[in-house]
Design a protein around this ligand. Sequence first.
Ligand SMILES: NC(=O)c1ccc[n+]([C@@H]2O[C@H](COP(=O)([O-])OP(=O)(O)OC[C@H]3O[C@@H](n4cnc5c(N)ncnc54)[C@H](OP(=O)(O)O)[C@@H]3O)[C@@H](O)[C@H]2O)c1
Length: 344
Amino acid sequence: MVKSDIVPVTERGGTGAVPRTGVTDLARRSYDFHRHVGRFSTVKVWVPDEEIADAVADVAGVSTQIYDGGNDLPGDPGTVGFYVPPFVPTRQSREILARMPNLEVVQLQVAGVDTFLPHVPDGVVLCNARGVHDASTAEWVVGAIIAAQREFPGFAQAQREGRWDWHMTDALTDRTVLIVGYGSVGAAIERRLVPFETEIVRVARTARDGVRPVSALPELLPRADAVVLIVPSTAETTGMADAAFLSRMKDGALLVNAARGPVVDTKALLAELTRRRLRAVLDVTDPEPLPAGHPLWSAPGLFITPHVGGSTPASRRRAIALVRDQLARHVSGETLLNVITGDY
Ligand SMILES: NC(=O)c1ccc[n+]([C@@H]2O[C@H](COP(=O)([O-])OP(=O)(O)OC[C@H]3O[C@@H](n4cnc5c(N)ncnc54)[C@H](OP(=O)(O)O)[C@@H]3O)[C@@H](O)[C@H]2O)c1
């Protein structure tokens, strides 16, 4: 459906896209400024639903169509210049990139770019939704830790069985939480944990004031009561929480994975859970979705949610606002936010 069609013809410059951090990997993601200069046309935009189409309807210089990520295309993908895949991307919504020779920008509604990155052609700018999911995901992490420490899943089971199962539980108060991945979501988690009177230890790829480097993990893991994984899924972080990592965690400690499933070695975690040495809360799993009958479903001391950390109306509102802002920036040649560069 065309939401806003023919508009006054304007001459546009480049997006001026710059990397969020570090140096742009020019070979892979440089923005072809010259393709833009002197062009007199509208930008063809594909968005995944009516709500986003409505939100961008007043952006001048765009012609919008809705593509929901399925098999039915709303028009010729070859004319699309700015593409917003669905909140939960489909296989087709990734593969369609190969049929978009005039694509300039892909704006994701999610923070993790791992499943899209391999499909993005050279010269196309990929932007994620860094920041959009911080509040919701951080809220999930705090909720997950409290649920585990205060044994909510066990009490819910006792309620179903009509049992008054009084016993003392652990708490978040006075406990040490190690945040592995002190980025946008990691910092939001810390802000929410502070009022619970916890000690926070921060780890990122690189050391900086108050943030320890990833190489310090062997020394830090044995001190933590809860370890929160909130790193991107990359070659470096795949299998990061392996048998050696998990073995450094103290007896009875809690592993919380809000990052991506492959960051944890599922087999190694299963071994620790089965011997009841560690507990875990997983929002993401490997494989995902977790198939029926998978041993994780019945592992002791494990609470699973189906990748819902960032899936809330708050994130949705913020994602829509980001899409609108980015499209307006693109059309007017302003700097784009959240540009993913080679060193993701
Ligand atoms: N469950 C959900 O629904 C949900 C929602 C939102 C996000 N996520 C996941 O969370 C990830 C992080 O999101 P974000 O927006 O916080 O990203 P971000 O702002 O880019 O922060 C990522 C953090 O991870 C650190 N990091 C990267 N590689 C690392 C490594 N090998 N070892 C240790 N730390 C490493 C980075 O360190 P430096 O600061 O030193 O670069 C940075 O602090 C996303 O990529 C996504 O996969 C999940």
